[in-house]
Design a protein around this ligand. Structure first.
Ligand SMILES: [Zn+2]
Ligand SMILES: [Zn+2]
Length: 267
């Protein structure tokens, strides 16, 4: 079966036309819950059964509380929220704490909550119907992971989450049996390397070096560009030997992956 990858948000910030990180896989799996979730129709929100979080930063979780509130009903089917233990703890401590938002991990009943938390670890594989999600290692200012989603016919999509250069990420990507589309961040331009080092984001220079380690030849989709620096990042990445076919995501793309490789169509 093919895999639908719909990019709902792919910006490092906000402003007209910009949405923060969120990706809808088929119609029931969300990877991150940034402001891109806010464009989904109510019926689309109700079909989401799983949310996989890369890390606890606000631009990746901001709309999770409101997603829970929008679909809340005493008989609503649960939403399974997957993340590293530190990510889930941050959600409980700082978001679902009755102060910032009601605790949907205990509503409508503590033994049958709407939001059910499930911890993941790097290199773990989670099976969901005809899909497999593999947890990828990442390196950021807080504990972070990426995810690879593949369908049983071999189509595969990987997302780095927020990360800087990581020795573990590229061997993990190379170990995948197939990779059709790699969505990876480049948060800051080369001239902000000092800040990128502090904030643990890729710069074009660092990504160019690391892309040489990749043994697959997927399409490369760039995400999380900091507003105001998009053009500089694009120009700096254009010097990459991997530039051919590189896609700069706006947050309104849809990819349909199947055994014949990645296809894109406008949403
Ligand atoms: Zn982050
Ligand atoms: Zn981020």
């Amino acid at each position: 079966m093919s895999l639908s990858v719909r990019i709902l948000g792919a910006s490092g910030g906000i402003g007209p036309g910009r949405r923060t990180t969120s990706i809808l896989i088929d119609d029931d799996i969300l990877i991150d819950a940034g402001s891109g979730v806010g464009d989904l129709q109510l019926e689309e929100l109700r079909r989401i059964r799983h949310v996989f979080l890369t890390h606890s930063h606000l631009d990746h979780i901001a709309f999770l509380p409101m997603l829970a509130d929008m679909v809340y009903h005493p008989d609503a089917a649960p939403i399974h929220v997957h993340g590293l233990p530190a990510t889930l703890k941050a959600l409980c401590d700082h978001v679902f704490n009755w102060v910032i938002w009601p605790d949907f991990t205990r509503l409508p009943r503590p033994d049958q909550p709407l939001v059910r938390l499930a911890s993941v670890q790097p290199d773990q594989t989670i099976h969901l119907d005809h899909r497999e999600l593999r947890v990828l290692p990442a390196r950021h200012t807080v504990p972070a992971v990426g995810y690879c989603v593949s369908s049983h016919d071999g189509a595969a999509f990987a997302f780095s989450g927020d990360t800087t250069s990581s020795r573990r990420l590229w061997p993990a990507l190379n170990a995948l049996p197939n990779l059709d589309l790699l969505m990876i961040e480049t948060g800051l331009p080369d001239e902000m390397e000092g800040m990128a080092d502090l904030a643990k984001h890729y710069t074009p220079q660092n990504l160019r070096e690391d892309l040489a380690l990749l043994e697959h030849r997927p399409r490369i989709a760039i995400t999380h560009l900091k507003p105001g620096h998009e053009q500089a990042i694009r120009q700096q990445l254009a010097r990459s030997p991997h530039h051919t076919g590189m896609i700069f995501l706006h947050g309104d793309e849809r990819f349909v992956l199947d055994a014949n490789g990645a296809r894109t169509r406008a949403s």
